[in-house]
Design a protein around this ligand. Sequence first.
Ligand SMILES: Nc1nc2c(ncn2[C@@H]2O[C@H](COP(=O)(O)OP(=O)(O)OP(=O)(O)O)[C@@H](O)[C@H]2O)c(=O)[nH]1
Ligand SMILES: [Mg+2]
Length: 187
Amino acid sequence: MITGGFALPIRHVNLIIIDIPLHVFQKGHVISRDGERTFVMIKPDGVQRGSVGDILQRFERKGFKLVAMKFVYPPADIWDEHYSDHVGKPFFPSLKTFMTSGPVCVTIWQGAHAVDTCRNMVGDTDPWDASPGSIRGDFCVNIGRNVCMASENPEKAAKQMDLWFTKEDLINYELCTKNVLYGEEYE
Ligand SMILES: Nc1nc2c(ncn2[C@@H]2O[C@H](COP(=O)(O)OP(=O)(O)OP(=O)(O)O)[C@@H](O)[C@H]2O)c(=O)[nH]1
Ligand SMILES: [Mg+2]
């Protein structure tokens, strides 16, 4: 029952009905089979614990397309840019030291809603909060050793992909499972 509020000035509303498929409005944009790209890194602890394969397999199993991958010893100063939001925070010096301590595996994945989905698959920053089933929920116990990262939004994804990869590093190929993965709801 409506108990309060105000009357809408209906006479001023021009109701135009256009037949737009529902999926156009999901997450505010058209769902494309090509989707979007995001950046995922296996951190030094993930590498040292022999978890690179297990972690990457999760993104493959989900149906995302691997478009770039590098195994690198990162230069110390890259973290000032990569984690620019955290420079000056109390944990930044130890974060930078740890992230420079060993090789990391950096990747780019592509698919529908890749940014949000990969982030959810990685899980909450503190493994204490991370749900079982997420990577951090399943692989680690310490916020400073949380094995894996994924970009938090499309802007960060674009910045991080540019920081770690050149255009030439991206491999252009068709995923042969694309049609069976996406079906007819995707353009
Ligand atoms: N020791 C400590 N480390 C922190 C804390 N907050 C963040 N970190 C570390 O800094 C990293 C970056 O922090 P955020 O960007 O806020 O968290 P996030 O996006 O889940 O993590 P990334 O995927 O690594 O970017 C985290 O993954 C942690 O390893 C903190 O309060 N204490
Ligand atoms: Mg982050």
